[in-house]
Ligand binder design. Structure first.
Ligand SMILES: N[C@H]1[C@H](O)[C@@H](Sc2ccccc2)[C@@H]2OC[C@H]1O2
Length: 326
């Protein structure tokens, strides 16, 4: 069975991580997203006014590309961005592992967030294919296409703060973590790597919250979006903090001390160090928190703020998600 490893490089503020992917011999930098299941790329079918700074996939230059006549796709993301287009098949290689005849979704339209994010040439979904948006027939993710060729049906994420990390497919590299991997069972019926998260801790004080929303592991989300009452309880412990709608969330004086925050991954509490819970500066003295409210959307979203502190295992063979210290 095969294994593959690819670099995950951060953009400014660790807002997203990009990895090189070869499609029909053309290399694009894609945002690996465990929160969605479409592999879509900037393409030569987009208006050139929208592709400045991006690498575009040109199907006419790939000898292995096959059009999927009549198929279309259209996706909307949690942050209000979106994209749409048509579909083909091509050979898609990541870290030396090639999925042949992989569905590749070509963008003919993208929202402004993508146009301006010039480092991002598209997304590679790693959630479950039941939420793929291709119509009339849903298509498999790259991982699901190649899974049977892998040594083990799993992949791992090791994202780093302001530094390159890695995604591994098919194996768990024991040099990338310490101690045990703590697993939670995953409910994949909604298409996400979703697990229960019914407690938390703030500054070492544990609280159970039987009514807390389930959580998803989402490498495509920068922050940690928790239920509104949990976010409120956290920032009640941060001097000078306030929920500032003009900034889009909780801000505080950068000099304030942030308590540690423990998140439940099933029955395991993963403690995130307070010193790593500031996301960015708003100005020279005001900071924007890595923990923000999910506005009671009914789902908690554990994004890169968690992945930077914990090694993560996405185990499709056992339908479980695990974290380990690193
Ligand atoms: N799963 C995530 C996805 O990867 C991104 S899509 C994206 C949008 C603009 C710029 C870069 C990526 C979006 O934010 C949260 C959720 O939706």
């Amino acid at each position: 069975g095969e294994t593959a490893e690819v670099t995950a490089s951060p953009e400014a503020n660790d807002a997203e991580y990009l990895s090189p992917v070869s499609i029909g011999g053309q290399t694009l930098n894609l945002d690996f997203d465990t929160g969605s299941a479409d592999l879509w790329v900037f393409s030569t079918e987009l208006p050139t006014s929208e592709t400045s700074g991006h690498t575009t996939f040109d199907p006419s230059k790939s000898s292995t590309f096959k059009k999927y006549d009549g198929a279309t796709w259209k996706i909307s993301y949690g942050d209000g961005s979106g994209a749409s287009g048509d579909v083909g098949f091509d050979n898609v290689a990541i870290g030396g592992a090639t999925a042949t005849s992989q569905a590749v979704e070509l963008a003919t339209s993208v929202s402004s967030q993508f146009v301006s994010d010039q480092a991002n040439d598209g997304l590679l979904g790693l959630a479950f294919s039941n939420i793929n948006t291709v119509s009339p027939t849903k298509q498999k993710t790259w991982f699901e296409t190649i899974k049977s060729q892998l040594e083990n049906p799993l992949f791992t994420a090791d994202l780093e703060k302001d530094a390159s990390g890695t995604y591994d497919f098919g194996n768990i590299d024991s040099s990338k973590y310490t101690g045990d991997i703590h697993y939670a069972p995953v409910d994949k019926s909604g298409g996400f790597w979703e697990f229960n998260s019914k407690s938390y801790s703030i500054g070492g004080t544990k609280s159970s919250c039987t009514t807390c929303s389930p959580a998803i592991a989402d490498t495509g989300t920068s922050l940690l979006l928790v239920d509104d009452d949990v976010a409120k309880a956290y920032y009640a412990q941060v001097d000078g903090s306030k929920n500032d709608s003009t900034q889009g969330g909780y801000v505080y004086p950068c000099s304030s001390n942030l308590p540690d925050f423990g998140i439940a991954i099933g029955d395991y509490i993963a403690v995130l160090k307070g010193s790593d819970l500031t996301y960015a500066n708003v100005d020279s003295s005001t900071c924007f928190g890595g923990i923000q409210s999910n506005a009671n959307s009914g789902m908690q979203i554990f994004g890169d703020v968690m992945f930077k502190q914990y090694f993560a295992v996405f185990d499709a063979g056992n339908t479980q998600f695990g974290v380990a210290s690193k």
